[in-house]
Write a protein that binds this ligand. Sequence first.
Ligand code: 13P
Ligand code: SF4
Length: 438
Amino acid sequence: MTIASVDQTIKLISTGAAAGSTCSPELTAGPWELDAGTPGYGPGSSMGDVIPTGSPRQGALPETYRTASPEELAERIRAAKATLGDRVVILGHFYQREEVLQHADFVGDSFQLAQATKSRPDAEAIVFCGVHFMAETADLLSTPAQAVILPNLAAGCSMADMADIDSVTDCWEQLEELYGTAPDADGRVPVIPVTYMNSSAALKAFCGANGGIVCTSSNAETVLEWAFERGQRVLFFPDQHLGRNTAKAMGVPLDRMPMWNPRKPLGGNTAAELGAAQVVLWHGFCSVHKRFTVDQVDTARREHPGVRVIVHPECPMAVVDAADEYGSTDFIKKAIEAAPAGSTFAIGTEINLVQRLAAQHPEHTIFCLDPVICPCSTMYRIHAGYLAWVLEGLVGTVEEPPVVLNRIVVPDDVAGPARTALERMLAALPPAPARQGA
Ligand code: 13P
Ligand code: SF4
């Protein structure tokens, strides 16, 4: 099936050939326009977020890839893949452009792709079409002989960048001073660190080294249960919304979930507030999911009576409360697949996934809650041009000898404890299968 891509929709809107609006005119440009050190994450939902100094930069993409037509790039990718055969596996996150995702061997959410990493230990190279923290996770879970490749090094995650190891360590030291380190009568330690998968390997290592664990949006409740069995409270980073929505659904009162602002002493809380806390929430958020509002939910209900509103748990609490259901990207996909024909869905998650689901399910009416087309700025950085570049690098098409471009390597001292935290997560939930791609 050929799916009308978000890229094509954006082009049609920008030329006046289709109705609608986008959040930035720069979305029609190639992401390589940003490679020359342009500050920021680029056009899309995170463009207003502050990019931390020292974030990885992508060098200039050779001209042959910048000027090739979409058809030529697709052909070159197919040819390189055919030459490489089983030597390479391409993983693609649901939020990737259609022009990239059509070449993926596995398509899934971040949890499924972490599982998929382990399913092909024979492949020499894992090309990860997603964002930096996902590629780091793939490196942690793959064999030392495998090279994990991120086609564009600047494909970070603005939410992941909102918590860094220095600020989290500083927070931890303040909490230890306040709570002490002694377990209670049930053997539960004062606080367990839990990091969302959307975080650097350094933060996963921090959790591994301090009795903590990783979660994804598909297993956050299971992971919090794991943490409450072992600790009196949880420090949850970086996404305040996933932490709040999950803990609230488990019955934790809002006044026992103070937020930690790393720029303020005690995170901007009193010692009493922190003393009563069950979950301390980090001050992070996703700019894609922050765009969804209760007004949009009300409008969808008014204009489409009977609509089912499903949103991602990175949305603010008021939006999750106003929706009918919430869940990970895979939850959203499965809910649509299981619905009777003729259903109407308003979806609160990234536009590339929503538009693909709408095309794959003509038996339903599916639309994005946000009428403005505004993709994730960092997922947007992966373009078919970069995918062709790294694959042809492996083949040796452009330069001899073949070369591994953009390899992501987690240093050994970080990898050990980070793997511990990830393995705790994988043991806390049975694996979910990833969909076999085209
Ligand atoms: P999933 O865990 O649902 O794949 O979400 C990852 C992500 O980045 C959502 O914004
Ligand atoms: Fe990060 Fe949000 Fe993009 Fe997901 S959608 S990669 S959380 S910025």
